[in-house]
Every structure is written in structure tokens, then in C-alpha cells.
Design a protein around this ligand. Structure first.
Ligand code: UDP
Length: 237
């Protein structure tokens, strides 16, 4: 099967790395997620990964803390996840590099766009840690920013739901799932895809987003092969 995409940006939430533990990193879960990434890598698909940090810390849920400081903590949490995913990929024999938006040279490379692209061209998976490096943003915004910078064909947003719905399927049994939806509709209806900063960035830079469930990690590979595994958000709709 010929892959549909040349270069993808995979967004993995912190929650997806916690598995049934709900907090921290569950390495069995991370290994299961990394197996289809290996298959994609072996097919020659260039892969950048943005990791979230919600399995450890979210700045916006930090109560009375100074928000920028709480966000710094959240970004450091994403660095922990980046190292965890890096380790799992390496255990599977995949060449991988971590680049962080907050410099920590003893731990990882600093984020350098051209270098990231060069790594991917050489077949290395690049994991982007520390989000955008700025407080008040999310790792979804980091995913849209990095996708634009590395000229990814698409963002794969692997989540805990199997696509985009017109209302919350957990609370509304009649919620309707979209096969395709436009960025504009996501924004105007406030659909639960990404925060509005990230969604607007994707709209303005014409970056499609495929939203699918990570509960079956092989969806990553199926999606790369062009299978319809979730909802496509694009300006074509
Ligand atoms: N964060 C930030 N700037 C960024 C990305 C992330 O300040 O560019 C912080 C923010 O506090 C956020 C936390 O890092 O709550 C973890 O990221 P996020 O909530 O996006 O993780 P996810 O929900 O995807 O696991």
C-alpha cells in the first residue's frame, strides 16, 4: 500500500500516553502507539510528533497560580512525554530526535526548523517538546504551528473520540459524527476539535486535520494509507 501522505504531523495528547492509568506515562500504552508509527516510518512517511502534557499538568487548571508560571510547568510536562515517546520509538529501532521549544541542551536539541526537516528527510522521527515555548498557548497550537513550519501535508489529531461530533457524544446519544467538516464550521460552531487559536491557524494556512481515535493505535497506520478512520477538517468542505 502506497502511503497517502509524504509528511505528517501527529499530535498525541498527554491523556493518550497515560492509558488506563489516567495520569503519568503508561509504557505499554506508549509502545502500542509507537508500533504503527514504526510501520509508517518504514513506509517512508516523514513524521513529526507534537506531544501534549495534560497527563501531568495543565496550566489552565492550576487554580490561583500565576498563569505563565503554570504554563511553564505544563511545557516541562510535555518534555517528559517527549522523552518517554522517544525512548519507546528507540526501543523499536526507529531513529528519532527530540527538539524542544525551551532550550534544555543537556536533554534534547533546541527546536530548529531546518534541522527538523533535515532529520525527517533522513528518515528520523522528530518529537517536538515544550509546545510553542510560550505561555497561554496549547500543544494543539504547537501542532498547527509546527505543521505549518515543516510543511506537513496534514495534522493527525489522535484523541479519545473517533471523530468530530456536532455535540458531545459522551453526554448526547444523538450526537452526529461528521465525515468531513470545514475549519470555518469548526470555529463558528465551536466544535470540539482544537482550541480556536489552533483551528484558526490551520484554516489560515490551509492545513487539513484528521481527527481519529487512538484507542486503536493502528488507526495511525490506516490513516496514512488513506483509510477513512475519523473526521477530516479542511478548507475544501
Ligand atoms: N503549554 C503552554 N504553551 C504551549 C503548549 C503547552 O503553555 O505552547 C502548557 C499549558 O499549560 C498546557 C500544558 O502545557 O496546559 C500541556 O499542554 P496541553 O494542555 O495542550 O496538553 P494535552 O491536553 O494535549 O495533553
Amino acid at each position: 500500500m502506497k502511503p497517502k501522505y509524504k509528511r505528517i504531523l501527529l499530535k498525541l495528547s498527554g491523556e493518550s500516553l497515560a492509558g488506563e492509568d489516567k495520569h503519568g506515562i503508561n509504557f505499554d500504552t506508549v509502545m502500542r502507539i509507537c508500533e504503527p508509527i514504526k510501520k509508517c516510518n518504514e513506509k517512508g512517511v516523514q513524521i513529526g510528533i507534537v506531544v501534549g502534557g495534560g497527563n501531568f499538568w495543565r496550566g489552565r487548571s492550576s487554580g490561583d497560580m500565576d498563569r505563565p508560571r503554570a504554563d511553564h510547568m505544563g511545557m516541562l510536562a510535555t518534555a517528559i512525554n517527549a522523552l518517554g515517546v522517544c525512548d519507546a520509538l528507540e526501543q523499536l529501532g526507529i531513529p528519532v530526535r527530540v527538539q524542544t521549544a525551551i532550550s534544555m541542551p543537556q536533554v534534547a536539541e533546541p527546536y530548529i526548523r531546518n534541522k527538523a526537516i533535515r532529520h525527517m528527510e533522513k528518515g528520523r522521527v522528530v518529537i517536538f517538546g515544550c509546545g510553542t515555548g510560550n505561555p497561554f498557548f496549547s500543544t494543539d497550537s504547537a501542532a498547527s504551528l509546527r505543521a505549518a513550519e515543516i510543511e506537513a501535508d496534514i495534522i493527525f489529531k489522535a484523541t479519545m473520540v473517533d471523530g468530530v461530533y456536532d455535540s458531545d457524544p459522551k453526554t448526547n446519544p444523538d450526537a452526529k459524527k461528521y465525515d468531513t467538516v470545514s475549519h470555518q464550521e469548526v470555529l463558528s460552531k465551536g466544535l470540539n476539535v482544537m482550541d480556536s487559536t489552533a483551528a484558526a491557524m490551520c484554516r489560515d494556512n490551509n492545513i487539513p486535520i484528521l481527527v481519529f481515535s487512538i484507542e486503536d493505535p493502528d488507526n495511525i497506520y490506516k490513516a496514512v494509507c488513506g483509510e477513512n478512520v475519523g473526521t477530516v477538517v479542511s478548507n475544501d468542505e
